[in-house]
Design a binder for this molecule. Structure first.
Ligand code: HEC
Length: 152
């Protein structure tokens, strides 16, 4: 009886360790918003802008502008916007042949979460490139303490 209880406790312990390890395992696909970011940076930025503020270089070539997308849209209108991305509108081509609905949804999810004024991502997933504007919220300087406390 005693032995059986000990055995069960031991198995339970191993099970918990297994679950904890599995939780830390990298999943095969990146999170939806990160995939959305990467797809945006391939298919959409040229017109809608690096920071999704509507100032992409190709929009000017079209003789007009593309709307800002940062912080626009919501889960409620995502399906309608997925339709728009699939079929295109005005000077915007349709992406039906390039993006499935899930991937279009991931791009829109990425855009919904951006700061509408700066295009920054509050979750910190924005990749900054040479020439991009400085982040609106400065990245904390890890060396600040060392510099202040140095004193020689
Ligand atoms: C060739 C330039 C171009 C590309 C590339 C492009 N767009 Fe657009 N997009 C536009 C233009 C122009 C409009 C405005 C269309 C209109 O209202 O006449 C627009 C409109 C939109 C709208 C509607 C915005 C609103 O508030 O009305 C969404 C959403 C959108 N685009 C998403 C995307 C996504 C996602 C991609 C990449 C998969 C993309 N666009 C690629 C030019 C482009």
């Amino acid at each position: 009886m005693q032995a059986a209880a000990g055995y069960l406790r031991c198995m339970w312990f191993l099970l918990c360790i297994g679950a904890a390890l599995a939780a830390d395992m990298p999943t095969k696909l990146p999170p939806d918003r990160v995939r959305g970011r990467d797809l945006y940076d391939i298919h959409c930025w040229a017109c809608h802008g690096r920071m999704a503020l509507g100032d992409g270089p190709s929009a000017a070539l079209l003789g007009g502008s593309a709307p800002a997308l940062a912080g626009r849209g919501s889960p409620a209108d995502r399906e309608a916007r997925i339709d728009l991305v699939a079929t295109g509108k005005g000077a915007m081509p349709g992406f039906l042949a390039v993006l499935d609905r899930e991937d279009s949804g991931r791009i829109l999810l990425w855009l919904e979460g951006l700061d509408p004024a700066t295009g920054d991502d509050p979750e910190g997933n924005r990749i900054r490139r040479v020439g991009d504007a400085a982040p609106a919220t400065p990245v904390p300087d890890d060396d600040a303490d060392a510099e202040a406390g140095g004193g020689d």
